[in-house]
Design a binder for this molecule. Structure first.
Ligand SMILES: Nc1ncnc2c1ncn2[C@@H]1O[C@H](COP(=O)(O)OP(=O)(O)OP(=O)(O)O)[C@@H](O)[C@H]1O
Length: 212
């Protein structure tokens, strides 16, 4: 099992957002759907260790997010829907920092920069376009040797060329064993991406969607 979630509860103050008894996914590409405010980003941030939660989250059947946090976080990457970086930082700074933290193999960052067409590496984020910021956030989500990559709304603000490059990256990383969790209000089908399963976040839990 790539990911196993048990009794996950998540709330902001007294407002409960998630209450998931059991959710397991194996190797694949999953599309997570849900209305605005359903809790997708909250779920992804919880899985990425960014929010306190109650319950258990286990990766690759052996890394518990609470007990083996470093091993877990080396294997799970999140690309946020609307990434925010300090305005003085440059994409080059961010990429090299994350590459080191994620133990990225030599040459991997350059390939991602090239593939996604990131060409303002030394301009501070404060002067980058929103599409450029998003492309950098996508590049860093592929760094290291992840087992699971979560991309929250990966298609927003990126142009057609970057979109095509992103789908090529997803396909090639998936072929080498990476599981993906993608959220989008748009369909992925036209990109030739074979989705293993789709889930909808409703009533604080994930329900499997089957297509006729
Ligand atoms: N930091 C926070 N503090 C308090 N409430 C929050 C916070 N972040 C999100 N929420 C609330 O939690 C609920 C779930 O939000 P979340 O962003 O996870 O939904 P989403 O499914 O990703 O939505 P969208 O499709 O609009 O991006 C919403 O009601 C939102 O207002």
């Amino acid at each position: 099992m790539v990911l196993e979630v048990t009794n996950l509860k998540q709330q902001y103050g007294t407002h409960e957002i998630l209450n998931m008894e059991s959710w397991k996914i194996d190797y694949g590409i999953y599309w997570i759907q849900g209305e605005n405010g359903a809790g997708k980003s909250t779920l992804f941030r919880s899985l990425a260790g960014m929010l306190p939660y109650s319950g258990s989250i286990m990766l690759n059947g052996q890394y518990d997010l609470k007990k083996n946090q470093i091993d877990y976080l080396l294997r799970l990457n999140l690309g946020e829907a609307e990434p925010l970086y300090p305005s003085f930082l440059t994409p080059a700074d961010l990429i090299s920092f994350v590459a080191e933290a994620k133990k990225s193999p030599a040459g991997q960052a350059d390939k991602l920069i090239d593939a996604l067409g990131i060409n303002y590496l030394k301009s501070p984020f404060g002067s980058c376009s929103s599409g450029m910021v998003k492309k950098v956030s996508l590049a860093v989500a592929f760094l290291g040797n992840p087992s699971l990559i979560i991309l929250d709304e990966p298609l927003i603000t990126i142009d057609q060329e970057a979109r095509a490059a992103l789908f090529e990256l997803i396909k090639s990383y998936h072929a080498s064993g990476v599981t993906f969790m993608l959220s989008s209000h748009q369909t992925f089908q036209q990109e030739g991406l074979l989705v293993t399963g789709s889930f909808a976040l409703k009533n604080k839990t994930l329900q499997s969607i089957s297509y006729l």
